[in-house]
Design a protein around this ligand. Structure first.
Ligand code: OSB
Ligand code: MG
Length: 379
């Protein structure tokens, strides 16, 4: 049994060819540092996979894991090693999209890494034929996607208030505040209390442990959804917490890497953040979204500070979620001083229009300029 519609299953028979894989590391300067419970980011080190097919078409995929293993076990240099030593050799006899998925499934975990390879292959197919797996997915979709902002931990009240006011005036459909036990400051509670936006949420990135229930309850008191309150693998703490506190309204992120995990937790969560990289690629994302739609689990697409390449794909996926109120897919200018698409992704009144995310073109000059390292895999 599959939750995936026949049109997508049939698409998996699409022929593929591979001449070489190119792995390129880019470094995109950020507009400003971003603080969260998993650490600070000053620039975005991005791994781009280029799939060169035998007819000269090049497809692009993005591996959106962090440079360190603080969000998930994956990290950029590890991803490069896994692709070079294990994934590339497995691809040798792949003749169809399905063959590639089967080859990738031999690797346990490393979802962001496998997703980048699938995305690059799919992009090559789409550029050559006009139809990729998302075009083959026969579901209605939106021509503009509502966007939410994910805001880092703030150093003081005035920066926090300015950022909130700016986000509201730019039309963001959701304000998401990063939180952590060490962030339970009076100024934070005051600013959140005074914030009038109708859609507010929190993201703890797994930072609350069993000794932090009192601080967690101070945030939970607002009644907003809390994303990943406990560390992945510690979901039992929800029940322990609720033994002495009101029920938590929970969204999962880090904890859900497979459909099996979603099925395990679905009764206990109020919504799901789906990151195409985290769940291991496009096919798995389609399957998870289908499962959510068929089981009325509210879901939206999360971000990992992707470059334009990964973001355009995330936005296209988000366009299939007709009822989602907002996706963590801010415009490029919120993150980077320079991005790598010809048509830099922009937001208008809190929406990103399809012209930015369907068929994105790479700005080769910017791509070159931001490259710090590259490696070619060819037999
Ligand atoms: O937890 O959603 C998260 C970025 C990197 C790692 C984890 C997360 C995030 C974000 C960024 O919140 C969302 C975005 O790209 O706008
Ligand atoms: Mg999150």
């Amino acid at each position: 049994m599959s939750y995936v519609p026949d049109s997508v299953i049939n698409f998996l028979q699409t022929p593929v060819s591979l001449l070489k894989l190119e792995l390129v590391v880019l470094e995109l300067p950020q507009v400003k540092p971003f603080y969260s419970a998993v650490g600070v980011r000053n620039s975005r080190k991005a791994l781009i996979v280029k799939w060169h097919d035998q007819n000269g078409t090049v497809g692009y995929g993005e591996c959106s894991c962090r440079p360190d293993p603080f969000y998930s076990h994956e990290f950029v240099d590890g991803a490069i090693q896994v692709i070079s030593e294990y994934i590339y050799p497995l691809l040798a006899h792949s003749k169809t999209y399905d063959d590639v998925l089967k080859a990738l499934s031999k690797i346990r975990g490393w979802n962001f890494t496998k997703a980048a390879v699938e995305m690059a292959m799919n992009d090559a197919i789409r550029r050559a034929t006009g139809t990729g797996i998302l075009e083959a997915w026969e579901r209605p979709n939106l021509d503009k996607v509502p966007v939410g902002i994910s805001m880092g931990l703030f150093k003081d009240e005035s920066i926090m208030e300015n950022t909130i006011n700016e986000a509201i005036s730019e039309g963001y459909h959701r304000l998401k505040f990063k939180i952590s036990p060490s962030y339970a400051h009076p100024f934070v509670f005051r600013a959140i209390d005074e914030c009038s936006h109708p859609n507010i949420s929190f993201d703890a990135n797994g930072s609350f442990g069993k000794d932090d229930f009192q601080k967690l309850s101070q945030f939970a008191h607002f009644g907003y959804v809390i994303e990943q309150p406990f560390a992945p693998g510690s979901h039992y703490l929800k029940e322990v917490y609720e033994f002495a506190n009101p029920e938590l309204s929970e969204c999962l992120d880090e904890e859900v890497e497979t459909l099996g995990q979603l099925i395990e937790y679905k009764e206990q969560i109020s919504e799901l953040n789906i990151k195409p990289g985290r769940v291991g690629g496009l096919f798995n994302t389609i399957e998870m979204i289908e499962y959510c739609l068929q089981n009325s689990i509210p879901a939206w697409i999360g971000g990992m500070f992707e470059t334009g390449i990964g973001r355009a794909q995330n936005l296209q996926i988000a366009s299939f979620l007709l009822n989602a109120k907002a996706h963590d897919q801010s415009p490029s200018s919120r993150y980077f001083t320079k991005d790598i698409l010809v048509n830099t992704i922009e937001m208008e009144n809190g929406f990103i229009h399809a012209s930015y995310f369907l068929n994105p073109q790479i700005d080769e000059n910017a791509f070159q300029e931001l490259t710090v390292k590259s490696l070619s895999l060819e037999s």
